[in-house]
Each structure stands twice: as structure tokens, then as C-alpha cells.
Design a protein around this ligand. Structure first.
Ligand code: 6UN
Length: 485
């Protein structure tokens, strides 16, 4: 049986308690591997190794050498592309067709983009008069924050973990990563990359385990200088509380209930294609995904019919079948949660345009955690699946008449992460984009990413922005130095 171990101080190891937990394959419910269960000993060892590395070989490394090492890590991820692809798809159930183009390429890109940022980033310098007729020069310098706790989610495990580890390490920090218990493998695989590249021991550490135990130990550890987390809003609130002890910085990218706004003057083919992606890609398990669709009344019936037709063509199946569009959701627990929302929608009187349950799968996939792509209409704006994040392959479509009305509906949520707008009237596109309360707005597109842009949510969707120099703001301490001349 495969084992997934901790990676601490440059070494793979089991837990001192000798305990493991099972990693389950979402495609068939079978055991994939035994995963070391991290507890106090492992968290303490990982944090101690990370802290020591700050003053050891890693902390003393010259900037250019560290930048070069970031590129080497990216190149090694590329060299082991197929290993990362297989590991990620087996852990998550996502098909090659998604992981090959999104998850794994971003694993490498997330190191390269921050190596580039470190090379080109300029700091501010100000020259000013002083009261005694002389001058002063003020300049700022950045120092790494120290030991960064990284708690990464199960929907895009490698992408979202390296979206934090890349900038953190590029800025000279050390990291202790606690991946989700349901998707442990690629964090340990990245440990093999770090060893291969010769990253000094202690710079990158992984403690496997359960959020309620290992995660809590990490976020409350006094030698962890800052925490970055992507995941559910409730968990984010708890992590923020833990960080208040010792006044430690926290970066949170949390949940969303993202609206798509489709105007009657849209390019219908584009709107259908992009909304099919934003609702159903990755089995709807994308924080940026769409779960509310607002369509201007004159095209409402046509849009519903065409989205139903598009979604009904999605092929569910095995991760390594290149023709498969959608796999299972990540775990039995998440499958049950999504199906519970499906039942609630039915009870609250939804028109079920498509899906609404679990599909009949053949062979060993019959034990997989599959749910049907689902489309509802006819629910009021205060319905459960219109207000709460399902995080599954589903959406509710509602009609609207005026721009003012739809902006109000779109903003009537505790979240504020992402939104999409479909219109060929660019004045309207920019006008509506400026009114929508979300950190990210895509116009006539979805999940197009320039990694230098500010990425993050407002309201209950999080705190802080990641990407380009925005990540530097979080992963460094900024110091101002003033010289009198
Ligand atoms: O594209 C990104 O950088 C990113 O963070 C994606 C997040 C998706 C969350 O589910």
C-alpha cells in the first residue's frame, strides 16, 4: 500500500505516533494510500525546521541564487508533469482534461511568476527638504516575514498551494504546508522536487493531517509568523481568530456565491460556453465558479434551453479518459453535502431543468462520488441554493429586466469574490463591472488569469490580495529607512 508522508527538514517521515489515515479515490471509493497523521510532534518539528532555516543556508542565500532556485523548482515540476497529473487526478477525481491545462501548469507558473516579480520589483525612494535647509532621503526595503503557515484546499490542491508557497519562498520566507486531508499527495511530491533541486532543508515543510488537529496546531503555533489560507469562510474566521494571538498577519481567500449577469445584447454562444465552464468545470468545485445566473428577460428562455443543452453534453467518468469533462466530487462527505442542497432546492420548489441527483455510473465508477450537473429556475432570491455556497456543479437561473435591478440582486450576498458579465455593449460592461461588489470581474470570459493582477475577495470572501507585487505585500515586512543629508 502506498504511503504519503510528512516532509520535514528535508526528510520524508511517518508520524511519531505511528498513526495513518486513509486517502480515498473519489472515482471508486477505494483506498488510494495511507497518509501519516500529523500531530503536535510533527507540527513542532516542522515549525522548528522552518525557523532554523531562516538563519541557515536558506536565509543566507543570495537573492539571485534564490530566484534561480525558483526557476529550477518550476522546471522540475514540468519534468515530473505526468507524476503530478496522475497524483492530482487520483486525489481529487478531476479529469486529465482539466488538470493538464489548469492545475499542473500553474504549479510551475506560480514559482516562475514570483521569481520574475522579485527580479523586477522596484521600491519607492523619496527626497525631501528638511526644516534646517538640508535634505533627507527615504527608501523602503523588504524583509521576509519569517515562517509562513500555508493551509491549502482540496479543490485545486497543487495550484492553490503553490500560489502561496511560490511567492512566500521567492520572498525568502520558509513554509509549513498543511494540505487538505483528502488531497495530500502533490504536497509530498513537491517535497521530492525540493530535495531534487537542492532546496536547503527546512525551507519547505509539509505536515499531513486533519484540519481540526494539525491545522489548529499550526495556526496557533507561536513561532509561525503569518498564515495564508484558502477555503471556507467559517474556517477562515477561526483562523483569523487564532492569528490575533501574537498579532500575526493573515491572508484569506474564502468562499463565494458568484453571479453571472447575461444581458440581452450578449454574444449568446460565448455566454453559454463560458457559463458552462464557470458552473460545471471541476465539478463546480472552484471558488470562482458561478452558482447564480441572472439573464435579461428577452433571452431568458433561450438561455435556459441552451445552457441545459450544453450541460447535458458534459461527459462524466474516469480521470484518464481524455473525453471526460467532469469527474466525481472530492469526497463522499462533499457528495452528500451537494446532494443535500439538491434535495433542499427540490423541497423549496425549484424547477429542475437538468440533473438534481446522483447519476448511475457503470462498473467500479458506480461507487464513485458523482453528482449530476444541475440547473434550477423558479426559486426566490432568498432560497437556500441562491444564498448559500453549494460548491458543486449547479446553478440557479433567474430573469431580470433592468441594469439597476440586476446589480442589486448580484450584490445581495455576504460574499464578494468573482462575477462574470456578458454584453457586447462595452460602456455597459465597464459601468456594471464598477458597481459589482466582487474582487474579480470577468467580462465575456471566465477564469482568464494574469498572475500579476490583484486576486482576492471582499466581504465574506476574504482579506488581502494575491498576485504579482500584491503577494509581496503579504509575504514581506516593509521597512522605511530615512537618511539626513
Ligand atoms: O487562479 C488562481 O490564482 C486562483 O487562486 C484560483 C482559485 C480558485 C479557487 O477555487
Amino acid at each position: 500500500m502506498n504511503k504519503v508522508q510528512h516532509y520535514i527538514n528535508g526528510q520524508f517521515m511517518d508520524s511519531s505516533c505511528g498513526e495513518f489515515f486513509e486517502n480515498i479515490n473519489p472515482m471508486n471509493g477505494k483506498i488510494l494510500s495511507q497518509v501519516a497523521l500529523g500531530r503536535e510532534d510533527e507540527v513542532n518539528a516542522a515549525v522548528a525546521a522552518a525557523k532554523a532555516a531562516l538563519t541557515g543556508e536558506w536565509g543566507q542565500m543570495k537573492l539571485n541564487d534564490r530566484i534561480a532556485m525558483m526557476y529550477e523548482i518550476a522546471n522540475e515540476i514540468d519534468r515530473r508533469f505526468d507524476d503530478f497529473l496522475e497524483a492530482e487526478c487520483l486525489d481529487t477525481g478531476k479529469p486529465y482534461s482539466i488538470a493538464r491545462h489548469i492545475d499542473i501548469p500553474r504549479g510551475a507558473a506560480n514559482f516562475k511568476v514570483f521569481a520574475d516579480t522579485m527580479k523586477s520589483h522596484a521600491e519607492e525612494v523619496y527626497k525631501a527638504d528638511t526644516p534646517d535647509g538640508r535634505n533627507m532621503l527615504n527608501y523602503s526595503v523588504r524583509k521576509p516575514k519569517g515562517v509562513i503557515g500555508v493551509i491549502s484546499p482540496w479543490n485545486l490542491p497543487l495550484l492553490l498551494m503553490t500560489w502561496k508557497v511560490g511567492p512566500a519562498m521567492a520572498c525568502g520566507n520558509t513554509v509549513v504546508v498543511k494540505p487538505s486531508q483528502v488531497t495530500p499527495t502533490t504536497t509530498s511530491l513537491l517535497g521530492e522536487v525540493m530535495s531534487k533541486v537542492g532546496v536547503p532543508a527546512g525551507a519547505y515543510n509539509v505536515v499531513q493531517g486533519k484540519g481540526s488537529v494539525t491545522g489548529n496546531l499550526l495556526t496557533s503555533h507561536k513561532d509561525v509568523d503569518a498564515i495564508t489560507f484558502t477555503g471556507e469562510t467559517k474556517t477562515g474566521e477561526m483562523i483569523m481568530q487564532a492569528c490575533s494571538h501574537g498579532v500575526r498577519d493573515v491572508s484569506l481567500e474564502l468562499g463565494g456565491k458568484n453571479p453571472a449577469i447575461v444581458f440581452a445584447d450578449c454574444d449568446m454562444e460565448k455566454a453559454i460556453r463560458e457559463t458552462t465552464r464557470s458552473c460545471f468545470a471541476n465539478s463546480g468545485q472552484v471558488c470562482l465558479g458561478t452558482e447564480r445566473v441572472y439573464v435579461q428577460r428577452p433571452i431568458f428562455d433561450e438561455f435556459v434551453e441552451k445552457l441545459k443543452e450544453s450541460a447535458s453534453k458534459l461527459k462524466l467518468g474516469q480521470h484518464n479518459d481524455e473525453s471526460v469533462d467532469m469527474g466525481p466530487v472530492v469526497s463522499a462527505a462533499h457528495r452528500d453535502k451537494v446532494l443535500e442542497f439538491y434535495d433542499i432546492a427540490k423541497k423549496e420548489g425549484a424547477n429542475i431543468i437538468l440533473g438534481g441527483g446522483a447519476p448511475k455510473m457503470e462498473g467500479e465508477l458506480a461507487n464513485g462520488f458523482f453528482v449530476e450537473p444541475t440547473i434550477w429556475t423558479g426559486l426566490p432570491e432568498d432560497a437556500t441554493v441562491v444564498k448559500e455556497e453549494v460548491f458543486g456543479p449547479c446553478c440557479h437561473i433567474a430573469p431580470f429586466d433592468t441594469e439597476e435591478e440586476v446589480i442589486k440582486m448580484a450584490n445581495d450576498t455576504n460574499y464578494g469574490l468573482a462575477s462574470t458579465i456578458f454584453t457586447e455593449n462595452l460602456d455597459r460592461a465597464h459601468r456594471v463591472a464598477s458597481e459589482i461588489e466582487s474582487g474579480i470581474v470577468w467580462i465575456n470570459s471566465w477564469f482568464l488569469r494574469d498572475l500579476r493582477t490583484p486576486f482576492g475577495g471582499m466581504k465574506g470572501s476574504g482579506i488581502g490580495r494575491e498576485g504579482g507585487h500584491y503577494s509581496l505585500e503579504f509575504y514581506t515586512e516593509l521597512k522605511n529607512v530615512c537618511i539626513k543629508m
